[in-house]
Design a protein around this ligand. Structure first.
Ligand code: GDP
Ligand code: IMO
Ligand code: MG
Length: 423
């Protein structure tokens, strides 16, 4: 396959970073296409653990071209830090490109993110990562945002920066938001921008040439289907299209060029932040999943909410993403359980449905209908192929694939590269 998109099927943190790293063995170009440093993609290699926030997870394979696509919102201060950290750990960032069309996360976006969350009524808090993501995309849509290309002309960039900083101070200062010292903020941001200058390229041209040359291109989604601005549990979502369709506007690759969609699905469900979560386990079973799965945010360190696999939601996710193959992760986390459950339908106000409702209020009233299967009570972490899996683990996976009407392509039984095999 020449062009593949990889997306999260749930609420993020499905293990996309790990699977991207594995698939990068066969890729020549890896591109992030939406989101920003709200993402935390973990890759473990030997005893080393890397958490990538903005830089594509393919960067750990020397020689792979890595692109931060135009759909990503970039915080120059954070990107510089991330690049410097990688370099300090011996990872080259020479093959990194930042799209000149990327919108930039500016200091006022971060202040606004915090201000809005702090002011919100407790039921309306989103529980954002406070990275300025929503406000940066708001500026993009309002057509007032700063783009990476402006960094190439200091005077123009500074003028635009100062105009927007003043507009923020004028609009939000009187409401109690922190007032920005534009001189200080500009000096800090400009230092990072100068560092990034050599990496800013017209990535659409690079990507077009790569696709034309038949290179193997991997598009790395961030977050997950139910955090998508259109298809997620609105308003408890992020501000971009996290689903596979977002890969086209976020890179400049036309839909017809995409050959394959990978859906990364955790063998159970997690969510960080606020919003509905029909199969959440607010009990010792949920705590056990969190502890065994190490379910603490890779970006913010927040404990992740945990629950059973939600087939109703994931079936919807397969449909909106057009998933060709599933990559099932964290199967090993279920190893000790006596039984495992799949939520096959929702009961809402006494009515049973197999469809994922559009109304977030309705999602709060879901009573999950479960299918219970026996656990396998065996360690799967050293399984190297399908036949190494216990029979009940195979049955769980086969039932999952049957209910989702989608093929399983990859199974992951631990955080390391080697703990992965094809179906
Ligand atoms: P991402 O945001 O989708 O890339 O996922 P995160 O990196 O935020 O969270 C996934 C976590 O699970 C990371 O700590 C990974 O190292 C870890 N992980 C990935 N796959 C597996 C797996 O199959 N088993 C276990 N036990 N951990 C995994
Ligand atoms: P990866 O790529 C899990 C969640 C936040 C919050 C909501 C909005 O690692 O899977 P934002 O800061 O984007 O405005 O927050 O989205 N969120 C994620 N949850 N994984 C992520 O990324 C996330 N990125 C954002 O917790 O609920
Ligand atoms: Mg993550």
């Amino acid at each position: 396959m020449s062009v593949s998109v990889l997306v999260g099927m749930q609420w993020g943190d499905e293990g996309k970073g790990k699977i991207i790293d594995v698939l990068t063995r066969d890729a020549e170009v890896v591109i992030r296409y939406q989101g920003g440093n709200n993402a935390g993609h973990t890759v473990e290699i030997g005893s080393e653990k890397f958490v990538l926030h903005l830089i594509p997870s393919g960067i750990l394979h020397p020689g792979t071209d890595c692109i931060i696509g135009n759909g990503v919102v970039v915080d120059p201060l954070e990107l510089k830090k991330e690049m410097e950290n990688l370099v300090a750990r011996g990872i080259s960032v020479e093959k990194l490109q930042v799209s000149s069309r990327c919108h930039l996360i500016m200091p006022w976006h971060k202040l606004l993110d915090a201000f809005k969350e702090m002011k919100a009524d407790p039921n309306k808090k989103i529980g954002t990562t406070m990275r300025g993501i929503g406000p940066a995309y708001t500026s993009k849509m309002a057509r007032t945002g700063l783009r990476a290309v402006e960094i190439l002309d200091k005077q123009r960039f500074e003028q635009h920066f100062r105009d927007e900083a003043a507009s923020y101070n004028r609009t939000f200062g009187p409401l109690g938001a922190l007032v920005l010292d534009a001189d200080k903020a500009f000096a800090e941001v400009w230092e990072a921008c100068e560092y990034l200058k050599p990496y800013i390229q017209d990535s659409v041209v690079t990507v077009h040439d790569a696709v034309k040359a038949g290179k193997k291109v991997l598009l790395e989604g961030a977050q997950g289907a139910f955090l998508d601005i259109d298809h997620g549990t609105y308003p408890f979502v992020t501000s971009s299209n996290t689903t596979s369709g977002g890969a086209c506007p976020g890179t400049g690759i036309p839909p017809r060029a995409v050959d394959c969609v990978w859906g990364v699905i955790k063998a159970y469900t997690t969510r960080v932040g606020e919003g509905p979560f029909p199969t959440e386990l607010k009990n010792a079973e949920g705590d056990a999943l969190r502890n065994k799965g190490g379910e603490f945010g890779a970006t913010t360190g927040r404990p992740r909410r945990c629950g059973w696999l939600d087939i109703v939601a994931c079936r919807h996710s397969c449909f909106i993403n057009g998933v060709d193959y599933l990559a099932v992760t964290k199967l090993d986390v279920l190893d000790d359980l006596d039984e495992v459950k799949l939520c096959t339908a929702y009961k809402i106000d006494g009515k049973v449905t197999e469809y994922f409702p559009a109304d977030t209020e309705e999602l709060n009233r879901v009573e999950p209908v479960y299918e219970t299967m026996p656990g396998w009570k065996q360690n799967t972490t050293s399984a190297q192929c399908w036949d190494d899996l216990p029979a009940n683990a195979q049955k769980y996976l086969l039932r999952m694939a049957e209910l989702l009407e989608t093929k399983i392509g990859i199974i992951s039984v631990g955080p390391k590269r080697a703990q992965t095999f094809e179906r």
